[in-house]
Design a protein around this ligand. Structure first.
Ligand code: 6PG
Length: 230
């Protein structure tokens, strides 16, 4: 397993700045298409707002989502909506470089199938699918929409699947094979409520979905002091 690195930052703002710097450095290290799988939830919002202020290579970056709540794109719970408001509506990203999970007019299963077709049409399977995968850590140890005890944790062939969260709300998620096909995986973990989980994940507690991720490339946890002072 890739030995995870841990960067501890003083606070969520410093964490977001550090993540933005790592992403910009990764983008500058190549001159071809740059592919990013974005995380949802609340932690990455500050990162996305910061990214909008940086000289990122918008013209050659493709934006995907590691998971999505199965709600319309203008729903307050939508990860796409959060990213559009914090980042994408403020920068000149070619429209055909933004690849949201389809969540309107089809079943979750069909949405997962269609999103997988999108990934397979755009991403090159002979190299890591993503240059950067951003992930969060739930207080139950989930990441993306890979929740404890769900059959989706065992999926090793498909790249995208339909699942649900512990409350039964439908979710679309990239599976381990897709999320692990990454040059650089960054977990963003902030807040004292994540302290115990982060400690367990870093200790390799495979009961937690986040701890089971084995990316091809670098694995780095970015934590604020509140989450890291285990
Ligand atoms: C989502 C995310 C999810 C998130 C964690 C942490 O759709 O909610 O993909 O995996 O990263 O739940 O969320 P917070 O950053 O809000 O704590």
């Amino acid at each position: 397993m890739t030995q995870p690195l841990l960067d501890v930052l003083p606070d969520p703002d410093a964490l977001a700045r550090h993540a933005a710097e790592l992403m910009l450095a990764a983008a500058r290290a190549t001159d071809g298409p740059f592919t990013v799988a974005l995380s949802g939830g609340s932690t990455p919002k500050r990162l996305y707002q910061l990214l909008a202020t940086l000289p990122f290579p918008w013209e050659r970056t493709h934006w995907f989502w590691g998971d999505e709540r199965f709600v319309p794109p203008d729903d307050p719970a939508s990860n796409y909506r959060m990213t559009r408001e914090a980042l994408l509506s403020h920068v000149r990203v070619p429209a055909d470089h933004i690849h949201p999970v389809p969540t309107v007019g089809l079943t979750p299963h069909d949405a997962a199938t269609r999103y997988e077709s999108t990934l397979r049409a755009i991403l090159a399977p002979e190299r890591p699918l993503f240059d950067v995968v951003l992930l969060g850590l739930g207080t139950d140890g989930h990441t993306a929409s890979l929740f404890p005890g769900k059959p989706m944790l065992e999926e090793r062939d498909r790249w995208v699947g339909a699942t649900d969260d512990p409350q039964g709300a439908p979710r679309i998620t990239l599976t381990y094979p897709a999320l692990e096909s990454s040059r650089e995986t960054l977990f963003l973990v902030a807040g004292a409520d994540k302290k115990e989980r982060l400690r367990e994940v870093l200790a390799g507690d495979r009961r937690l979905p986040a701890a089971r991720l084995q990316p091809q490339g670098a694995l780095r946890f970015l934590a604020d002091r509140a989450a890291a002072d285990g």
